[in-house]
Design a protein around this ligand. Structure first.
Ligand SMILES: Cc1cc2nc3c(=O)[nH]c(=O)nc-3n(C[C@H](O)[C@H](O)[C@H](O)COP(=O)(O)OP(=O)(O)OC[C@H]3O[C@@H](n4cnc5c(N)ncnc54)[C@H](O)[C@@H]3O)c2cc1C
Length: 415
């Protein structure tokens, strides 16, 4: 088999990469090891993710699915006090803010929708597991794949995209720089779905975040008129010290974590098996090279409190497609500069969110003041995913200043 671009993984990063490459007239093959639709956590989208979906032509389909519309994020402080709200807003060509909405999605349906669209665009989807990249010296020239029936095949490619999510395929193969533990790696998330909840103001379908103390928080994300995704994220040590099953832990935390959460989830009958994701924060510094690059979770995963994972996946997919188009262009002569420029650009956006989250954990009162009063528009922009900046906004500068002056703690230091 032979193609321009082979993509390992068909989640949002992989499928969106295939769709943006298709727009550039570049052929791709996706290799996906799981049968879709498949369960995945990560259900709340940002303004940027919504707009990228519109750009890919999904608006009508998203409306047809009747995914809940998200018009903001509300963060409740301890005991439900000191809450702050960040609305979902776009910016028009004149730089003016306008009200808009994005969506909350069931990832099984959402990821399948992206994958089906890729197939419709002529992208071949191979059911199998990528085993190892094939190299010619330092250059990646394809991938070896084990098909579902056990047979092994080689796919020759000009570029390989690693979109394997937390499996970090190319890091596992030793092609990237090492996978470092990141700031919030000693965390565990325990989650499920409930019904008969009390939504927020006017029954809106916004994301609610409930803060208890540092690194101890919960989410509430409506998935339809009835069902809501709920999850609790805590330091792993705390979870272990409770000596409870994940079900018992989630049940108790939903009642105790924050009085506002307790009110919103009176019926704690879980509709889904209670699942856990642990130790999930990491960072790879070098994730592009001759004939390859990584998109989405395959190179970095940041504390998911402000719902940026799918945004990174789709935004980086677009940037990667542009970089690959330049790399494959006739006058390029095998120069990897565009792939390395992609790496820098992708990293800059992730750094903004890392700084935002560091400030939230270490300086929650200053953060709420900045978001609510001091730098409202800059915070609206960052929460919307307008994070690839030529110059840091004043709000971002203020975040860097408090982070530098008072670095605070990181999750692993809590104990
Ligand atoms: C607790 C928690 C809450 C979160 N909440 C949110 C949220 O509210 N909003 C948000 O945007 N994000 C959220 N996220 C993050 C989000 O889940 C991810 O960032 C997002 O799924 C990344 O997309 P991806 O395409 O990079 O990876 P994935 O969606 O994980 O897709 C990777 C795909 O690659 C396939 N694959 C892996 N290895 C191979 C291989 N060797 N061969 C073939 N296929 C392979 C996998 O089967 C998978 O389908 C959350 C994450 C966690 C842990």
């Amino acid at each position: 088999m032979q193609t321009d671009v082979v993509i390992v993984g068909g989640g949002p990063a992989g499928a969106a990469s295939a769709l943006f490459l298709h727009k550039q007239g570049i052929k791709s093959i996706i290799v996906e090891k799981e049968a879709f639709p498949r369960y995945h956590i990560g259900e709340s989208l940002t303004t940027r993710a919504g707009n990228l979906l519109r750009e890919l032509g999904f608006e009508a389909e998203m409306l047809e699915w009747e995914h809940p519309r998200k018009v903001g994020v509300k963060v409740y402080g301890p005991e439900g006090k000191n809450s702050f709200y960040v609305p979902v807003m776009g910016r028009d060509d004149n730089g003016e803010l306008y009200d808009t909405y994005t969506w909350q999605v069931r990832r099984a349906d959402f990821d399948n929708m992206l994958m089906e669209k890729a197939r419709e665009c002529g992208v071949e989807v191979i059911d199998g597991r990528a085993l190892r990249p094939i190299q010619d010296g330092d250059k990646v020239v394809g991938v070896e794949v084990q098909l579902d029936d056990g047979e092994t095949v080689e796919i020759a490619s000009k570029v390989l995209i690693d979109a394997s999510g937390q499996s970090t395929f190319l890091a596992g193969a030793g092609l990237t720089s090492p996978k470092d533990r990141d700031r919030y790696d000693n965390q565990v998330a325990i989650f499920s779905q409930v019904r008969n909840t009390r939504r927020d103001i006017d029954n809106r379908d916004d994301t609610l975040i409930f803060y208890q103390k540092m690194f101890h928080w919960a989410w509430f994300i409506p998935l339809d008129d009835d069902v809501v995704s709920v999850g609790v994220t805590v330091p792993t040590e705390y979870f272990q010290s409770q000596d409870e099953s994940p079900e018992a832990f989630l049940l108790r935390e939903l009642g105790e974590l924050n009085s506002e959460l307790d009110i919103r989830v009176p019926d704690r009958t879980f509709l889904e098996p209670v699942r856990a994701a642990s130790n999930y924060s990491y960072h790879i510094e070098q994730f592009a090279g001759d004939g390859w690059l990584c998109v989405g979770d395959s190179h970095r995963f940041i504390d998911p409190i402000f719902s940026f994972g799918v945004t990174f996946a789709i935004a980086e997919a677009k940037k990667a497609a542009n970089a690959i188009a330049a790399y494959l262009s006739e006058d390029n002569q095998g120069d990897v500069a565009s792939l390395l420029a992609y790496q820098e650009d992708a990293e800059s956006g992730q750094d903004v969110i890392q700084a935002l989250i560091d400030a939230f954990w270490n300086h929650p009162f200053a953060f709420a003041f900045f978001a609510h009063s001091r730098y409202v528009e800059d915070f609206v922009d960052m929460f919307a995913g307008r994070i690839y900046m030529d110059e840091p906004s004043r709000g971002l500068q203020a975040i860097h200043t408090i982070n530098e002056q008072h670095p605070g703690k990181i999750a692993g230091q809590l104990a």
